[in-house]
Design a protein around this ligand. Structure first.
Ligand code: APR
Ligand code: ZN
Length: 375
């Protein structure tokens, strides 16, 4: 029995930016009150992990265990934990849900005030870490940290899912899938028969396409500078694929012409501020809506002509597709099991955990949709 004891296990440590991750033996302390220790079974590699590794997120503290898109099994729970028990299959939540704060009580909000994602302390609520390596404190990432055999999270940052769910697929519901899918179905509320444009065809953009399709969009225009991304975009529901590099005109002019004045909904799934403005300009005068899904480097600013907004366009943004974690994650897992949604196309590579650096190489080279690490 490991309950109540320190667990020694393997984890991928990011000691400093711009260096490969190093697989080390770490110590994982037992969960304290309201905390849950999880044995990770599968974890996807997301662009946001890479943004930190590349040093683009200056507010994130190293050394750190990255990873935030995972599924696992509860190993043990601290005192006062009531919603999960040892043996439960779970997904850690990057968007926590305490159910008591102003946001959790608000029907339209999904970002918990208690676990404020802007803070990035990298520590648990008592300002300590459950991870250490070679005597050094290791920070957590997004209240989850999943590039490790064991992690500890707050009870508000984990939810039980159906035990029958395959971890190496449903782990994507922990971040990438929900983020893209929810931006279409939940944040934009795409309507049947509409025209949608998705910029960026990584795991997030493809998930947005799936959301547009499930919502009944009749045209889904997929945009990427890497044409290798087009076959998969078509496979998940894009009706047309275009590359900005094939045109001399700016891409929003191309799209405006293709769509008789602009799209109903546009989604920026890359994280480039100028592209966010292009997405807005690609939406229709009077009613177009743009959802910002991509995460720009810390401190980056958008510059836009307010006339774009005065003339009836809207810009929205959401983290995790606007979904409340505890409510929506188990539902999406069920929707996957009942085949309402299909995630399988999104997983392009499945590697053993030890090959994590290879997974990051594929991501940087634009060679994968999603790499899932299995433990
Ligand atoms: N125009 C169109 N597409 C572009 C452009 C551009 N100017 N620049 C890059 N892209 C494409 C890339 O070729 C790639 O296919 O955007 C895609 C981004 O995909 P990934 O790198 O796989 O990223 P993903 O995991 O989908 O995340 C996208 O959302 O959650 C955030 O942090 C994440 O900001 C990132 C974004
Ligand atoms: Zn992510």
């Amino acid at each position: 029995v490991t309950s109540g004891k320190v667990i020694k296990c393997k984890a991928a440590i990011a000691w400093e930016p711009k260096k490969p991750l190093s697989i080390e033996e770490i110590e994982v302390a037992p969960p304290k009150d309201h905390e849950v220790r999880i044995k990770i079974l599968a974890s996807g590699i997301c662009r946001s992990d890479d943004h930190v590794l590349e040093g683009l997120k200056s507010n994130i503290k190293f050394p750190i265990i990255l990873g935030h898109e995972a599924a696992g099994i509860v190993e043990s729970v601290g005192r006062a934990v009531t919603t999960v028990k040892p043996g439960d299959k779970v997904i850690p939540l990057i968007v926590s849900q305490c159910r008591e704060c102003q946001c959790c009580k608000h029907p339209n909000a999904n970002l918990c005030v208690k676990a404020d994602i802007r803070k990035h302390t990298g520590l648990m609520d008592d300002n300590t870490s459950r991870f250490s390596c070679k005597g050094k404190l290791i920070h957590n990432f997004l209240d989850t940290s999943t590039f490790t055999e064991y992690t500890v999270v707050n009870e508000i940052s984990v939810v039980k899912i159906d035990d029958a769910a395959p971890s190496e697929k449903v782990c994507l519901i922990g971040c990438g899938f929900s983020t893209g899918y929810g931006s279409a179905t939940h944040t934009a509320k795409v309507h049947a028969g509409s025209t949608c444009v998705v910029f960026g065809l990584g795991g997030i953009g493809l998930s947005a396409i799936i959301g547009c399709q499930v919502a009944g969009a009749s045209r889904i225009i997929a945009v990427d500078i890497n044409k290798d991304k087009f076959p998969k975009a078509k496979a998940v529901g894009a009706t047309e694929c275009i590359s900005p590099q094939d045109y001399t005109k700016p891409i929003h002019e191309v799209i405006t012409e293709m769509t008789d004045g602009g799209a109903d909904y546009t989604f920026e799934c890359v994280g480039i501020t100028d592209l966010m403005v292009s997405a807005l300009k690609s939406s229709h005068y009077g009613f177009g809506a743009t959802v910002i899904v991509g995460v720009a480097p810390t401190g980056a600013k958008i510059s836009l002509d307010p006339m774009l907004l005065l003339t009836g366009r809207t810009v929205k943004g959401a983290i995790f597709g606007g979904f409340k974690g505890k409510e929506s994650v188990p539902q999406m897992v069920t929707d996957y099991l009942t085949k309402k949604i299909n995630l399988d196309e999104l997983v392009s590579h499945t590697f053993p955990f030890e090959k994590i650096n290879e997974g990051f190489k594929l991501l940087r080279g634009g060679k994968c949709t999603r790499t899932v690490l299995t433990f």
